[in-house]
Design a protein around this ligand. Structure first.
Ligand code: KG4
Ligand code: ZN
Length: 339
């Protein structure tokens, strides 16, 4: 009988300090997330220096809590998986150094994980992956369509050329005086709205799977600015609904076209913006009609967490990947296959 694999995951790439233990890459044993959102809220976005300091304060507590909840001793672990990049350099460094220290102290192998691969593998904690598959990774830092022929094989077929979708959500929310992070507030307003301002759809050149959200964001800002100059008050929910309609329509259409062209067996969505109700409904209905299996992880696995890093790290570990004690945070890390 094969021995069970327990991996400790560590994630500190942005504003959540997280640690988790995952069994065999599919089963969450513990999942601890310390959010810093309250500290960044008053600045309207993540302040890198503050993020790093919070990670330093929280990381040991969070790791100990993850092990305590899992009721495991370090020697029962098979490996430590940590987000190596991309992300904020100072934030990544805290997780990477904590992982190296822990691995060294307990003589465990260490595995460096790409944050987006983590988001994709969050799905595996709820639903086995079937290949070929298409993953839509849509978050505060990324908007990508990734084609996977098998485990650890990543082909980025589309990505944002400017802002990530979540970034656009947060910036539009800011002009509507909504708190950070603005995505959930726009989502809520859009649902309450009885009307929608018409904003452009940015399709880019024919056949492209890339995205662009900065033009849409500017168009919302211009609309607000013009209304203010004319002394008109604009119902914020109409702006929120109009913006969300544009994002949802373009993202759904491009994901559907890619899934069809690449003849995938499964479509998955991941990342913070995959928590968006409008987008979830649109994608779910579209793929139901198409008869294609479509999955989105539950909300707590959509936003940053360490269980997804442990899940991805387990597959890398099984494939023989090992990091070294010279591992560093890689803020601009590119997505590479694990084969
Ligand atoms: O994946 P995540 O936690 O962190 C990154 O890796 O970026 O995503 C955070 C992003 C934020 O921009 C936040 O506004 C957005 O996800 N977000 C949403 C919703 N919930 C979170 N955007 C739209 N609708 C939501 N319901
Ligand atoms: Zn993320």
């Amino acid at each position: 009988m094969n021995k069970d694999i327990y991996v400790l995951g560590i994630e500190t790439s942005c504003d959540e300090t997280a640690a988790s233990v995952v069994k065999n890459g599919t089963e969450i044993i513990s999942n601890v997330v310390a959010s810093q959102i309250e500290s960044h809220k008053r600045f309207g976005g993540v302040v890198p220096e503050i993020a790093s300091r919070h990670h330093v304060e929280q990381i040991t507590i969070v790791i100990e809590e993850a092990l305590a909840q899992a009721n495991l001793e370090p020697k029962q672990l098979s490996a430590v998986a940590v987000t190596e990049g991309p992300g904020l350099v100072g934030a990544l460094l805290v997780g990477v150094n904590a992982a190296k220290a822990f691995a060294f102290a307990h003589q465990l192998p260490i595995v460096g994980v790409h944050h987006i691969a983590g988001h994709i593998y969050a799905n595996r904690l709820e639903q086995e992956m079937e290949f070929p598959l298409l993953a839509l990774v849509i978050s505060g830092g990324h908007t990508e369509l990734v084609y996977m022929k098998e485990h650890g094989d990543f082909e980025v077929i589309g990505e944002t050329r400017d802002d990530a979708a979540g970034e656009a959500y947060d910036k539009v929310a800011r002009t509507l005086n909504l708190p950070y992070p603005g995505g959930p507030h726009i989502d809520r307003l859009a649902h309450e709205s009885d009307g929608a301002v018409e904003f452009p759809r940015v399709w880019l050149e024919e056949g492209s799977y890339d995205f662009s959200f900065s033009g849409l964001k500017s168009s919302v800002l211009n609309y607000m600015h013009n209304a203010a100059q004319r002394g008109e008050t604009v119902p914020p929910e109409h702006v929120a609904a109009g913006f969300q309609n544009s994002v949802v329509e373009v993202v759904t259409a491009k994901t559907l076209r890619a899934a069809t062209q690449y003849k995938v067996k499964q479509v998955i969505a991941a990342g913070g913006v995959a928590a968006n109700k409008g987008l979830r409904t649109s994608l779910t209905d579209t793929f139901k009609e198409k008869g294609l299996p479509f999955y989105i992880p539950s909300l707590k696995l959509c936003t940053d967490n360490a269980a997804m890093i442990a899940a991805a790290g387990t597959v890398m570990f099984e494939k023989g990947h090992r990091g070294t004690m010279t591992m560093n945070g890689r803020p601009g890390m590119a997505m590479a296959s694990w084969n």
